[in-house]
Design a protein. Structure first.
Length: 128
C-alpha cells in the first residue's frame, strides 16, 4: 500500500507522542532553540524513499532515507546560516534524485529577500 502524506504525518505524530511518554531529563534553552526543524517531508509513490528538508541552527539541508532499512543520509551540504530556505521537494518518478528550490521568490516590491545583506544579492534556484 503506498505511503501518502496523511499516513506519514500520522506516523510522525504517533512517534512524537510515544517519545513524550518517557521521563525527560532537564534541558537547556540552547538545546531547545537549537533543535533541528524538519520540513517538506515527501515520499516516493512506492513509499520506499523519503526526502525532507531540515534546519539545524539556521543551516538548511536536504536529507533522504531509502527502504527497507531507511538509513538516513544527507544529500546537500549547505553549512552557513544564510537564510537560504529549501522548499518544494519532489522525488523524481524513478526515485533516482530529489528536486528542490533553494531561496525565496520575489517579494511584493519585486526584490529577492536578502536576510544576510549579501552585497551580491540572492536568488531562487532549482537544484537536483
Amino acid at each position: 500500500m503506498p505511503w501518502n502524506r496523511a499516513r506519514l504525518c500520522a506516523l510522525f505524530f504517533a512517534f512524537i507522542f510515544a517519545c513524550s511518554l518517557h521521563a525527560q531529563q532537564p534541558f537547556t534553552l540552547d538545546q531547545a532553540l537549537g533543535a533541528p526543524f524538519m520540513n517538506e517531508l515527501t515520499a516516493s509513490k512506492s513509499g520506499h524513499r523519503l526526502a525532507w528538508s531540515e534546519n539545524h541552527r539556521g543551516q538548511w539541508n536536504v536529507w533522504a532515507a531509502e527502504g527497507p532499512g531507511f538509513a538516513v543520509r544527507k544529500l546537500s551540504d549547505y553549512n552557513a546560516d544564510d537564510g537560504g530556505e529549501l522548499s518544494e521537494l519532489q522525488i523524481l518518478p524513478g526515485g533516482d534524485g530529489v528536486v528542490y528550490v533553494r531561496g525565496e521568490g520575489k517579494n511584493s516590491a519585486g526584490e529577492y529577500p536578502n536576510p544576510t545583506s549579501n552585497p551580491a544579492g540572492t536568488e531562487e534556484d532549482i537544484w537536483l
